[in-house]
Design a protein around this ligand. Structure first.
Ligand code: FCB
Length: 439
């Protein structure tokens, strides 16, 4: 195969989130979050675990930054734990919490790694949940205020800001399906949360710009699982094009167009108060879009959603479909008329790993990454404006309702000793970065 080299300046990164790696949940004045609470509900987490220690990154961040440096990683997407900085969600700032992120950012810059900071990766302060959390319209203002606090603290060194991570998950897994914190099962609450999350995103985007400088750039990270035709037949292609996409339509579309389509309005129903000006706020201009991609949905005209055509599953039960990433990037390129730079802010795979003589030969993870990086390359060749790619994840970590039973890391973590071990996929990624592509 010929070389697949990326444009000069293409950014190669890794990603994590606060609750999944930091631990130290009671340390230095951090307040509780909805994930601390949710983990205490019996049966909520499959292995009964929680994030109270996780990868102990709060204490081992310097080692983790050194690991990235050793792999040549150029950018690092991490999230700030809102309740570490504002234990009550609003009001008094916890300086010690802020100091941790100061130290982390300094260590990254020292290592030549560009920080991408996600402001909300699901750990809402419990104090705000007690006031309705995202179902309360005031949450949009709380979030914008918190965003401004962070930009004032780190904005001299952090230029790349991501408001929300995957608001679909926050709203629907959290408030309708009960799988994520706060664990509710109520459609009305989910619809309200979805609208308020988008509003929060728009208001925070404006607050970040107001507190930042000319170099400040703002984006949002959305999750996608695009509909693909099961075969190349005209009927399947039509079915895939017409099928609803509940990840794309309620989130990406209003951000791009400033409107909810009829299908989404019907789904939001009478439950949500949409005020004049809300959609304009939601569609506040962005500097980039963050794309999280793991899998796609196959649609057949005759059989509907097809789940069984492909034996290639990851440990999450997600089918491996790199062609969906290509299709998604081309669609986004089209729908934003090529005006919105894209970063893949998450892509990666969980497989069971074994250590053999001090090595993890994770060929399947390597194959997954290789195929998806090739898909990104092809999309760039065909015109998509993709500026960077972040592997999920740097470390094995606390995978939400799965607990510690999923393994996305380029680096293995032994949770009894906290020892880190770079897997073959980590060494593969080091080569990708060194070559700026696949050779
Ligand atoms: C995404 C989340 C991330 C991780 C991966 C596997 O939905 O943003 O925290 O759980 O999936």
């Amino acid at each position: 195969m010929s070389k697949q080299l990326f444009p000069p300046g293409f950014l190669w990164g890794t990603a994590t989130s606060a609750y999944q790696i930091e631990g130290a949940v009671h340390e230095d004045g951090r307040g509780p979050s909805i994930w601390d609470d949710f983990c205490r509900i019996k049966g909520a987490i499959r292995d009964g675990s929680d994030g109270s220690i996780a990868c102990d990154h709060y204490h081992r961040y310097a080692e983790d930054v050194a690991l990235m440096r050793s792999l040549g990683v150029q950018a690092y997407r991490f999230s700030v734990a809102w309740p570490r900085v504002l234990p009550q969600g609003r009001g008094a700032i916890n300086q010690k919490g802020l100091d941790f992120y100061q130290r982390l950012v300094d260590a990254l810059l020292e290592a030549g790694i560009r920080p991408f900071v996600t402001l909300y990766h699901w750990d809402l302060p419990s104090a705000l949940n007690a006031q309705g959390g995202w179902t309360n319209r005031d949450s949009a203002g709380w979030f914008a205020d918190y965003a401004a606090v962070m930009v004032r603290a780190l904005g001299d060194r952090v230029k790349d800001w991501i408001t929300l991570n995957e608001p679909w998950c926050s709203a629907y897994l959290g408030y309708e399906l009960g799988k994520h914190a706060p664990g509710y099962r109520d459609r009305t609450l989910a619809a309200r949360a979805a609208h308020h999350l988008l509003l929060a995103h728009g208001m925070a985007t404006q607050a970040i710009r107001a507190a930042g400088d000319a170099q400040t750039r703002v984006g949002i990270t959305l999750n996608f699982a695009p509909n693909l035709p099961a075969t190349d037949s005209e009927a399947d292609r039509k079915a895939a094009a017409e099928a609803p996409d509940w990840l794309y339509e309620p989130f990406a579309e209003p951000i791009f167009t400033g409107a909810y389509n009829a299908r989404v309005l019907e789904q939001l129903g009478g439950a949500v108060e949409i005020r004049a000006g809300d959609l304009a706020t939601i569609a506040t201009r962005l500097d980039f879009l963050g794309v999280n991609y793991y899998t796609a949905t196959l649609i057949s005209a005759e059989r509907g959603v097809v789940n069984d055509d492909n034996p290639e599953y990851t440990l999450m039960g997600w089918q491996i479909r790199p062609q969906g990433l290509y299709a998604l990037l081309m669609r986004l390129h089209h729908d934003t008329r090529g005006q919105l730079p894209i970063y893949i802010t998450e892509n990666g795979a969980s497989f069971e790993d074994t250590v053999v003589d001090g090595h993890v030969h994770d060929e399947r993870r390597v194959a997954y990454l290789r195929a998806h990086i090739a898909a990104v390359h092809r999309a760039i060749q065909d015109g998509a404006d993709v500026r960077g790619y972040f592997v999920w994840s740097l470390l094995d970590n606390f995978e939400w309702d799965w607990g510690y039973q999923q393994f996305f890391g380029l680096v293995r973590v032994d949770y009894t000793t906290q020892a880190r071990l770079i897997k073959d996929s980590g060494y593969f990624y080091r080569e990708v970065i060194a070559n700026n592509g696949l050779v």
